[in-house]
Ligand binder design. Structure first.
Ligand code: ADP
Ligand code: MG
Length: 234
């Protein structure tokens, strides 16, 4: 699915710079569910944003589904992002003035899908996360867990090959976090490849592999026995 070699990233600060990623090597196969861990500021989001083509590395190689990701025009990057990737964020990143249905339908609009078709597909995906009755509600009428489920439906609407989640449970209580993880695990059971940034150990243990970042490098990369979230869901 993806192959990263000797990836470096620095951010300029004043006259100097902050070297955040110092030579990351990472391969992820189709169907994996990987947690990216590390303390705050260790570069987890930076790495995920590069994988998600929201940011670019300074040095190194990144191949996504056979496509070298380098020096892409903004237009090309947008096309690949739409085709390959779905995103979930801690703060949901829903559009406040659009209802749940329209939020889910938005990526389909960018794909050029006709209105009728995208409304139907969006409703289908809202159904999959159990929110069909909430289709015409605005985000501020939904709970945190419901908002994240809308965001998951939106991420899945365009059928991405890879799902990227940056602290998807970071703004949720424990019970809701487990419900969301249960859902994400089912997506992976169905074959979706998933990368989750988290700093919570129990969430990481619900993945199948844990990659730990420290001082800009991967200090540990291990397969784990997956803890099923369903055992905590009532
Ligand atoms: P994490 O997600 O692990 O908490 P980040 O990848 O967000 O870490 O950030 C890694 C380091 O890079 C932090 O010290 C952060 O302050 C810095 N950083 C992140 N984004 C930028 C930016 N756009 N400009 C300057 N510094 C940044
Ligand atoms: Mg982060």
């Amino acid at each position: 699915m993806l192959n990263i070699k000797k990836l470096h990233k620095s951010y300029p600060i004043g006259d100097s710079s902050l070297h955040v990623l110092k030579g990351i090597d990472l391969t992820v196969e189709d169907g994996e569910m990987v947690a990216i861990m590390g303390s705050s500021g260790s570069g987890k989001s930076t790495l995920l944003n590069i994988i998600g083509m929201l940011d670019e590395a300074d040095e190194g190689e990144y191949i996504l589904d056979g496509v070298p990701i380098k020096n892409l025009t903004e237009k090309k990057a947008a096309i690949y992002r739409n085709k390959f990737l779905g995103f979930i964020f801690q703060s949901f990143n829903l559009i406040n003035y659009k209802n749940a249905l329209d939020n889910v339908a938005l990526p389909l609009y960018y794909q050029g899908m006709k209105r009728q078709e995208r409304q139907e597909l969006a409703l289908f995906h809202l159904g999959k996360v159990g929110l069909e009755p909430w289709a015409h509600h605005l985000p501020n009428e939904l709970s945190g867990g419901q908002k994240q489920r809308v965001a998951i439906a939106r991420a899945l609407a365009a059928n991405p090959k890879l799902l990227l989640a940056d602290e998807p449970t970071g703004a949720l209580d424990t019970k809701t976090s487990h419900e969301i993880m249960d859902f994400i695990q089912h997506l992976n059971d169905e074959g979706k490849t998933i990368l989750i940034v988290t700093h919570e150990e129990d969430i990481a243990q619900m993945c199948k592999r844990i990659v730990r970042l420290k001082d800009g490098l991967i200090m540990e990369d291990e397969k784990v026995e997956q803890v099923r979230a369903s055992q905590y869901v009532g």
